[in-house]
Write a protein that binds this ligand. Structure first.
Ligand code: PMV
Length: 330
């Protein structure tokens, strides 16, 4: 059978950076994110007897090397669960630049988990899908759900209690906006998987990061429940800078920022000096995402325009659960 699914990317407000189990993708800490409606991956999967190997096309290009291997391994998990042996044809497209720190692996593996399980004849509930998507890419477990989401760290060895849960749907806080500013089309040099492993092993601050997270998580969840942009923004910005401090102090150092990243950060601080409630967060790439409320979007965009070199600003609302689509990509 052929099935197609869509999933939205998510951006962490309290970040995940480090695993306690590499194979099962179990995190060192819980994280909180917002799923974004403007950044979407659509994926069609069909298992076919005639294929001698998996065929994967991502954004019009045949996947090869590590990229292909990652998808093949993920499909193996699904074949095993479903008791089937056929290879699959997978076609996937993003409406935003992939692998540049814009969370394409999150929406990508969430959409693949849903489309491939359906195509294989499996019926998984959202929690089971979240556990499965997590093994493809940690942050993908959060993209199974829309709105504001928490990924629970879990404690059991098989990883069955490390999944995401929705805190509140997007409709709870519809005024929340995340403006995703694309600053470069380049693919990132250090994959997050490799980068976070090196940080756990070598940053002298890793222990301090973990110790400080409980407070960030509690306050972030409170801020979301209170729809308090100041609280959410301040904690998200601080948490993001703590994560980047881990990256800088990794051996060898990991720096995802470029000159424009720093200019954008300064522009956000200047916005706040002018009384605008705008806050940034940055992931494993140079792009700066700016949080604010709907009523301030116009003014914030006006300020962003003054920073020369920003390629694109995508205004996103809280997005939706991963879902099946009626129309296939092939
Ligand atoms: O799940 P991955 O391997 O794409 O790693 C995500 C890492 C960050 O985006 C930097 C943080 C996060 O929690 O999403």
């Amino acid at each position: 059978m052929k099935a197609t699914a869509a999933a939205n990317a998510n951006i962490a407000l309290v970040k995940y950076w480090g695993k306690r189990d590499e194979k099962l993708v179990l995190p060192q800490n819980a994280s909180v994110s917002v799923t974004l409606d403007g950044l979407e991956t659509q994926t069609t999967v069909e298992f076919l007897q005639k294929l001698t190997k998996d065929e994967v096309v991502l954004d019009g290009k045949k996947a090869e090397g590590i990229e292909l291997e990652r998808v093949e391994k993920f499909l193996d998990l699904i074949r095993e669960k479903a008791g089937i042996g056929e290879n699959a044809k997978v076609v996937s497209k993003n409406n935003f630049p992939a692998a540049a720190g814009l969370a394409s692996s999150a929406s990508g593996f969430a959409a693949l988990a849903l489309a491939a399980t359906k195509a294989a004849g499996l019926r998984l509930d959202k929690r089971e899908l979240s556990v499965l998507a997590r093994i493809g890419s940690g942050s993908a477990c959060r993209s199974i759900f829309g709105g504001f989401v928490e990924w629970l760290k879990g404690s059991v060895a098989d990883g069955s209690d490390s999944f995401a849960e929705q805190l509140v749907p997007g409709s709870y806080w519809p005024e929340f906006r995340m403006i995703v500013n694309v600053l470069s089309d380049e693919k990132k040099k250090v994959k997050s998987r490799e980068g976070m492993k090196q940080s756990v092993e070598s940053s002298p601050y890793y222990g301090a990061w973990l110790e400080s997270l409980e407070e960030d998580l509690e306050e972030m969840k409170e801020g979301i429940m209170q729809k308090d942009i100041e609280k959410v923004g301040e904690i998200a910005e601080h948490n993001c800078l703590k994560m980047h401090s881990l990256m800088f102090t990794t051996k060898p150092a990991i720096v995802y920022w470029n000159d424009l990243t720093v200019k954008m950060m300064k522009a956000v601080w200047e916005m706040r000096e002018k009384g605008l409630k705008a806050y940034f967060t940055i992931d494993a790439g140079p792009h700066v995402k700016v949080m604010c409320l709907e009523k301030d979007v116009k003014k914030v965009l006006g300020e962003i325009k003054r920073v020369k070199g920003v390629k694109k600003s995508i205004v996103c609302r809280p997005g939706f659960d991963a879902r099946l689509l009626p129309k296939n990509l092939f």
